[in-house]
Design a protein around this ligand. Structure first.
Ligand code: ATP
Ligand code: MG
Length: 431
């Protein structure tokens, strides 16, 4: 297989844009007589004039050889060993070229769904290229002569702004269904279009995502929604029918959409997430997930209430049920589930403000998140605006004003829980 070589004058990847530590690693490997390339996301991002998140190196040196070449190097991974060269806070990941797995047969080993089983042998650069996912992720920057080595037409796809799989899309999706999600993530992140050849296979085999370990899907979901383009990613995932494999409960709620519920609520939460990231603020993943699943919680809580359960128990049970269902798709750590439970459980409590109640709620460690959640509900018609405003004022007020605010409440103590929406008017309203 002959690659197309883009010499230094034919591309815009300059050493100025490469971290000094990555350059150190590349030069050292070269001086030890090995091949060394920058590869993957960093080459792609520099070509687009963006700052790479991190720098990955590919080489023909084995991990043990890499370790010998660097004092500050540790080997990680059991199935496929990688070398991490550590420079303070920056880690340069060095991977030995991967092979196709089976030297005797041309095709890689797959299971009955086409999923890759063995992917842990070393190989040549040609083999390494072919096991990468997208053409624009498979460009190699050669430290020897500063050229870019392109085996798969990645440079052309870069210029065209097109996300294409290397090889047959269906086969590659079957090998690793997570590539369907990565496709959407990169298309949104880079502003690239998705090769139309992907549409049909995604429709057909999106359900293979159901076999992916739930912990891996959670990690992927975080990358999707904490990328700064959460809203667009959400829309595109839904367009391709992929969102339902990440948050099935949320997709079900969206199907019941009634006068913009719960879509507007989720959309607003996604917009807020993007805005926070854009202004450099931190993001708590549990908050967004709790907005995805809120409608499911409400539905179950409503049923529990109708059975005569006390309100707080109704919400607790609903939360448990929703969380234990969700972790079958994306498994998140326990503390995330606990925080979601707190945020949900506090929503009905915001209505009860008399006596010491409002003061007690204010002291709750998750008050701020639960309050933000209430505001979001109020902004999208799911909660009383006046109630959210009351809490806004209460929070910033001094002690004496707070006491007055509570004293002024008499008579507004809710006797009955407000219904959150009109029942779907489907011809049975005797009208
Ligand atoms: P990001 O900027 O999000 O880190 P990236 O392209 O560096 O993007 P990584 O997940 O860090 O993405 O992966 C590094 C490289 O490894 C990719 O560019 C791709 O070539 C390859 N790769 C990663 N995951 C897969 C996969 N599931 N299938 C095939 N190749 C993959
Ligand atoms: Mg990366």
């Amino acid at each position: 297989m002959q690659p197309r070589i883009y010499t230094r004058t034919e591309h815009n990847v300059s050493r100025k844009q490469i971290s000094e530590h990555a350059l150190k690693v590349l030069y050292r490997l070269k001086s030890e007589g090995y091949e060394a390339y920058l590869v993957g996301g960093c080459v792609r991002d520099i070509l687009l004039g963006r700052e790479p998140k991190d720098f990955d190196v590919a080489t023909n040196a084995t991990p043990e050889q890499v370790k010998k070449a660097f004092r500050n190097c540790r080997l990680i991974g059991r199935r496929f060993r990688l070398a991490h060269v550590v420079f303070g806070r920056e880690i340069i990941e060095v991977a030995t070229f991967r092979g196709s797995g089976d030297k005797d047969k041309a095709a890689p080993k797959v299971d009955s769904d086409g999923r890759l089983l063995r992917d842990n042998s070393y190989g040549t650069i040609e083999e390494d290229v072919m096991r990468r996912d997208f053409t624009v992720n498979a460009l190699y920057y050669n430290i020897k002569d500063f050229s870019i080595v392109d085996y798969v037409g990645g440079m052309d796809d870069h210029r065209a702004g097109s996300m294409k799989l290397i090889g047959d899309p269906e086969t590659r999706f079957r090998e690793d269904p997570v590539r369907m999600i990565r496709l959407v993530r990169f298309a949104v992140k880079l502003g690239f279009s998705i090769d139309a050849k992907c549409d049909q296979p995604i429709k057909q085999i999106a359900d293979l995502l159901g076999n992916i370990p739930a912990a891996r899907l959670h990690d992927e979901a975080l990358k999707l929604f904490l990328s700064g383009n959460a809203l667009q990613t959400f829309e595109m995932l839904r367009h391709y029918g992929l969102f339902e494999y990440l948050y099935p409960g949320a997709e079900k709620s969206l199907a019941f959409e009634d006068q913009g519920f719960p879509k507007q609520f989720i959309v607003k939460a996604l917009e807020n997430t993007d805005a926070r990231i854009a202004s450099g603020k931190s993001i708590a993943p549990y908050f967004l997930i709790s907005t995805f699943l809120w409608d499911s919680v409400l539905r179950i809580a409503d049923k529990n209430l109708a059975k005569g359960m006390p309100e707080s128990i109704a919400y607790q049970h609903a939360s448990s049920e929703v969380i234990s269902k969700q972790v079958q798709s994306t498994a998140f750590p326990k503390h995330i589930g606990m925080a979601m439970r707190d945020v949900w459980g506090m929503q009905p409590r915001f209505s009860y403000r008399n006596g010491k109640r409002a003061f007690k709620l204010l002291e709750h460690p998750k008050f701020r998140a639960a309050y933000d959640f209430l505001v979001l509900r109020a902004e999208t018609g799911g909660a009383d605006k006046a109630l959210a405003e009351w809490w806004t004022e209460f929070q910033t007020a001094g002690e004496s004003k707070r006491n007055k605010m509570v004293a002024n409440l008499n008579g507004t103590y809710p006797k009955k829980r407000r219904r959150r929406r009109k029942p779907a008017a489907k011809g049975n309203n005797n009208g």
